[in-house]
Design a protein around this ligand. Structure first.
Ligand code: FRU
Length: 497
């Protein structure tokens, strides 16, 4: 087992389970200084099925400790444990605490062996370490809909009640409750809003403050891409919520990520007010090929955690996401670039020295306003593979092209060129690239244009270089990133396993 967490495509700073299958993030809750990350997990196989909730914890969203499986499938009882959420219940509104503990309450979809999906409750009285099933599950019965799942709950302060959103085939249903156990139907959000090219899954609803200090509500919904030609799969809506009904401001389809590898993304509940961030994580894969990716003994990992902001532009309000600042905790070999021409030999030398495996590139490109430019970053190796990340200001696009990176995934849907539209570019562009061993996450336009993509290369990349057409100046910071899986953390993990 000495190679654990050091296999060919193993993420070095994105969370993946030590072994076996992982999909959606579940039960994201901050409690008592700890970020909990539960996840869809098959502890007995490297493929989807036999769903349990795996568990990991972190103090900084970057270093993760593996914990024992939290919720076990009960094929003869509630069934398999599908996606859901967790909240802390400090007022003990559920009545489930008996000795002054703060109960953690998980609401998740229980799926029977016959495929009937209902919402069930489990709770922990020891800060998330061990969990018990509520005796009278399910708490929301299936109303006769095949796809009826993925509850996400939050405390709505204005109306002093718990609110639950779940996905029901092609729409979202909202419920409300005073005790997390008895739920009353509140409203429905459905067509003509958003993309319906696939079943809706994994909703999340939360408030964000705009630059003008106004509160807006954001609803996030994943759309399963399995049977569509589309790559993007996490859409969002901006609007208002009064405790009963969500009203979207627009029927336009808005995507949170233009790559294929971000699904079931949801946010942490309970992040303290003095921190104030809304932080999201997604499953970094796609139902179009997730079950065929060539990794062993694990399959599936999370995106980098991202902070969400509402920003306004010529297109109105948009949701922007950028990596959480804690990524700085694993930076090394930092080189600062102080406004030099992109073809300056010293700058080229900075890139030539970089080992391309684990990187954080935070770059600002500047050029004379109103002129068109193309520039970006390229990864190559001597096997002829190439990953290209390009900004074309003339067409207003950010492009990540992985078509020339290996062909290790048998599914033809994998080799893709992803394109994100940009706002008007006015002589300035910020490009952030987070590169792990076998993935890249690209953030352009201050987080409005995001592309997440896995890379299953034949041989590791050997070089990373800047390229540009036309004169462009570059500023910023480039650094390598350290693996979170050190020999120490792995031996500690093996001792406690
Ligand atoms: C989304 C999803 C959820 C479901 C879970 C099952 O990826 O299909 O809708 O609860 O995965 O693992």
């Amino acid at each position: 087992m000495s190679d654990l967490y050091n296999e060919k495509y193993r993420p070095q700073f994105h969370y993946s389970a030590p072994c076996n299958w992982l999909n959606d993030p579940n039960g994201l809750v901050w409690h008592d200084g700890i970020y909990h990350l539960f996840y869809q997990h098959n502890p007995t196989g490297n493929d989807w099925g036999n769903m349990h909730w795996g568990h990991a914890t972190s103090r900084d969203l970057v270093h993760w400790d593996n914990r024992p499986v939290a919720l076990n499938a009960e094929p003869m009882g509630v069934g398999y444990i599908f996606s859901g959420c967790a909240v802390a219940d400090p007022a003990n509104s559920s009545g489930l605490a008996t000795a002054g503990e703060v109960p953690l309450i998980a609401l998740y979809t229980s799926c029977t062996t016959d495929g009937i999906q209902s919402q069930s409750l489990a709770y922990s009285l020891d800060d998330g370490e061990t969990w018990r099933q509520y005796a009278a599950n399910p708490v929301i019965e299936n109303p006769g809909i095949r796809d009826f799942r993925d509850p996400k709950v939050f405390w709505h302060e204005e109306s002093e009640q718990w609110v639950l959103a779940l996905a029901a085939n092609d729409h979202i249903e909202f419920y409300r409750s005073h005790n997390l156990i008895h739920w009353e139907h509140a409203s429905r959000f459905s067509k003509p809003y958003g993309s319906n090219q696939g079943v809706w899954e994994c909703p999340d609803l939360f408030p964000l403050v705009t630059d003008d200090g106004e509160i807006k509500w954001v609803l996030i919904v994943s759309v399963c891409p399995e049977h569509s030609a589309r790559d993007e799969s996490v859409q969002y809506f901006i609007g208002d919520f009064d405790g009963v009904r969500f009203e979207s401001e627009s029927t336009e389809i808005m995507w949170l990520d233009y790559g294929a590898d971000n699904y079931g993304a949801i946010t942490w509940d309970g992040v303290p007010k003095d921190d104030g961030r809304r932080i999201m994580i997604g499953w970094m894969s796609s139902w179009r090929y997730a079950r065929e990716v060539p990794t062993f003994p694990w399959r599936g990992n999370m995106t980098i955690p991202r902070e969400l902001r509402l920003v306004s532009s010529g297109r109105g309000l948009e949701l922007a996401t950028l990596p959480v600042r804690e990524v700085e905790n694993i930076r090394a070999n930092i080189a600062r670039i102080d406004r030099v021409s992109a073809d300056d030999p010293n700058l080229q030398a900075v890139f030539a020295r970089l080992s391309p495996e684990l990187l954080d590139l935070d770059l600002l490109f500047e050029w004379p306003a109103s002129a068109a430019r193309s520039f970006g970053v390229r990864f190559t190796n001597s096997s002829g593979e190439k990953l290209s990340i390009a900004v074309h200001t003339g067409t207003g696009t950010l492009v990540v092209d992985r078509t020339a990176v290996g062909q290790r995934v048998p599914n033809p849907k994998f080799a893709r060129r992803f394109e994100a539209p940009l706002r008007e570019t006015d002589g300035k562009f910020n490009l952030r690239v987070i590169k792990d061993r076998a993935s890249v996450e690209v953030f352009g336009d201050e987080g409005r244009a995001v592309i997440s993509a896995n890379l299953f290369y034949d041989a590791p990349f050997e070089r990373v270089e800047l390229f540009c057409l036309g004169d462009v100046d570059v500023s910023g910071e480039v650094s390598t990133l350290k693996s979170i899986w050190t020999p120490d953390s792995i031996s500690k993990m093996q001792e406690t396993a």
